[in-house]
Design a protein around this ligand. Structure first.
Ligand SMILES: [Zn+2]
Length: 375
């Protein structure tokens, strides 16, 4: 192995070796790299498969679940013959088949504050393939304290998002984007909301791509960017994320000093969109607006989103600026809040409720649901 790759490896990775910027040096970086995947489900499946195929030398897998038939619609690591077996057993068998050069290490446990640092410490990059807020916050905090890049993703129905958080290299952390754990019941579970099976395939592959870019040193690290994929609109959008100086983890006056349990009972909830707090449908909102509307409709999206499409009666108050407008909002009238899908508006509703407003409701499905009606 004069260049560090066996002849079999040179053949296996020949399409990588041809790429300027990858080559033997890049392939050796992959060979000597390690990635910890938290979750071997919808996102972790494509991520693990592509990272193994690419020749990432050491993959750690954290998952305590067994394969269920309802997983097979999207969790492509697993197959029919593994139903009822641990996901990690299924994953190891599949990944070994894809690339026997890759060392796969199994952590058949739940990722908890008690084991997170110990499990993650020996890996270069953390890849979050979890489906709940508690693990997402825990993964973020673990990556922050260990100064390791975190490849974040979340999916629901037709929408997905990816970001690389690495405050030690610059840019925000996940808590800058979402400071607090949503209240239990504020967000529907994946089982309630559903997800198109191919979507985690796309988003998990993007996570693998960002990991490979980081390892090889290709392109730019998208610090401070959230890539949002809208499958129905066939569009990717990039949102700029700012580091929050008030962030309790990476801000100027941090209040979180160690990895701990984010207090919630919402552990089985997805991260995107909508809520089951007090809410109205777009049809109900439409009826209210055409009938001498007495309430206040607030659009908490960004100005560029508002410019593309809006409900004329809505007052634009981007979510981040809501605190400055508190004093000007009526407490004696019904307030309806919408955004694109219902996620940001749910946060806005929670924020107003926390600040003593009582007549606040969320517009389910947001602008997307409104536009679907063609009004
Ligand atoms: Zn932060």
């Amino acid at each position: 192995m004069p260049n560090g790759l066996s002849s079999e490896e040179q053949l296996r990775y020949s399409r990588h070796l041809l790429i300027p910027g990858v080559g033997v040096v890049g392939q050796l970086r992959l060979k000597h790299a390690s990635v910890l995947l938290i979750g071997c489900g919808g996102l972790g499946s494509p991520a693990a498969l592509y990272l193994a195929a690419a020749g990432v030398g050491r993959l750690g897998l954290v998952d305590a679940d067994v394969v269920d038939v309802s997983n097979l619609q999207r969790q492509i690591l697993h197959g029919e013959s593994w139903i009822g077996q641990p996901k990690l057993a299924s994953a190891v068998a599949r990944l070994r088949e894809v690339n026997p050069h890759v060392k796969v290490e199994c952590h058949p446990v739940r990722f908890t504050p008690d084991n997170a640092l110990e499990i993650a410490a020996s890996y270069d990059i953390l890849l979050d393939g979890s489906d709940n807020f508690a693990t997402r916050f825990l993964t973020n905090d673990t990556a922050f304290f260990l100064k390791k890049p975190l490849i974040h993703a979340a999916i629901q129905r037709f929408d997905g998002q990816v970001a690389v958080f690495a405050p030690h290299l610059g840019g925000p952390c996940y808590r800058c984007l979402l400071p607090d754990m949503p209240a239990a019941g504020a967000v529907p579970s994946c089982a309630e909301a559903g997800v198109l099976g191919v979507l985690p395939g796309i988003i998990g592959s993007l996570q693998a791509l960002e990991a490979i870019k980081l390892i090889v040193g290709l392109g730019s690290i998208p610090l401070g960017q959230l890539t949002v994929y809208d499958a129905l609109g066939s569009a990717f959008r990039t949102l700029n994320l700012r580091r929050d100086p008030e962030c309790r983890l990476c801000g100027e006056r941090p209040q979180i000093h160690h990895v701990a349990n984010a207090q919630t009972t919402a552990s089985d909830h997805c991260s995107l969109t909508s809520n089951i707090m007090e809410s109205i449908t777009v049809t109900e909102l439409h009826a209210l607006l055409t009938d001498n509307y007495q309430g206040l409709l607030i659009d908490v999206r960004e100005p560029d989103e508002h410019a593309l499409a809006n409900i004329p009666q809505a007052r634009l108050i981007p979510l981040a600026t809501l605190p400055e407008h508190l004093a000007s909002l009526p407490r004696d009238r019904q307030i309806h809040i919408h955004c694109k899908l219902g996620g940001r508006s749910a946060r806005a509703v929670n924020f107003l409720l926390e600040n003593g407003f009582t007549r606040v409701s969320n517009v389910s499905g947001g602008m997307d649901a409104w536009l679907e009606q063609g009004w």
